[in-house]
Design a protein around this ligand. Structure first.
Ligand code: NAP
Length: 240
């Protein structure tokens, strides 16, 4: 059987990097796309054998070109993980148009156009799995993270609609909604805030990037062959 061909966006750090390592450990051929963390991307590529592509996914054309480059390198694609994302904190009254488009384009536009770019190949194969990394805030909404929450809610709607559109072609589309996960995205939070978030979580701690990667692996695998259009919360029970 040929090796699974996997593309991961935002693979240089955090959850994306954990996904790159997890798929590579399984023996998959992996390409990942990142924007600016050259050192982290190069050392991950060296360690895992994955192929690193530098591109700004917030631009629809760059996202399309980067995914096409990844497909050419891999010789096809079986799995796309739309993980690249940025956070954004502040009151709606202080929001600028630049910040609005930075968040929406990175978190949602990138996923839409990266998915569009894999369609031809997946439809030809009559199989494939697209996994979108949303957030529990896309389900529950977070005060002072209004645009971030909207972008992540958009990913959930995108997942459900695309699952209906692509199901007849044998392609599954699912969404993971992580809770608070220990990555650089949360490095702006103080220890007190992180402790409070852990306390609010029924399992009493924040999550690890590897725990999201494990769920991604499962959704990509044949063990999840009858699952599509679903939103899987991996959040320690914070949103139920
Ligand atoms: P992270 O540590 O900040 O990593 C973000 C990744 O996205 C990096 O690899 C970054 O690449 C890449 N990226 C950002 N903007 C990009 C762009 N315009 N073009 C290409 N790549 C871009 O974040 P994380 O915590 O792993 O989060 C990963 C995903 O999970 C995000 O979608 C996030 O919203 C979601 N999530 C995270 C949490 C959490 O608590 N951490 C919770 C819920 C959901 P560079 O480093 O090269 O810029």
């Amino acid at each position: 059987m040929s090796k699974m061909k996997v593309i991961i966006t935002g693979g240089s750090r955090g959850i994306g990097a954990a996904c790159v390592s997890a798929f590579a450990n399984l023996g998959a051929n992996v390409a990942f796309i990142y924007r600016s963390s050259d050192d982290a991307a190069n050392s991950l590529a060296e360690k895992t054998g994955a192929y690193a592509i530098k591109a700004d996914l917030s631009d629809a054309l760059s996202a399309t070109e980067a995914v096409i480059k990844a497909i050419r390198y891999l010789g096809g694609v079986d799995v796309l993980v739309n993980n690249a994302g940025v956070s954004s904190f502040g009151l709606l009254s202080d929001l600028t148009t630049e910040e609005y488009y930075r968040v929406m384009d990175t978190n949602l536009t990138s996923a839409v156009f990266a998915s569009k770019a894999v369609l031809g190949e997946m439809i030809r194969n009559k199989s494939g799995s697209i996994i979108n990394i949303s957030s529990m805030w896309g389900e529950a909404g977070s005060s002072c993270e209004v645009v971030y929450s909207a972008s992540k809610a958009g990913m959930i709607g995108f997942t459900k609609a695309l699952a209906k559109e692509l199901g007849p072609s044998g392609i599954r589309v699912n969404c993971i909604t992580p809770g608070v996960i220990d990555t650089e995205m949360n490095s702006c939070l103080t220890k007190d805030v992180l402790d409070a978030l852990a306390e609010e979580t029924p399992l009493g701690r924040i999550g690890k990037a590897e725990e999201i990667a494990d769920s991604v692996l499962w959704l990509a695998s044949d063990k999840a062959s009858f699952i599509t259009g679903q939103v899987i919360g991996v959040n320690g029970g914070m949103v139920i």
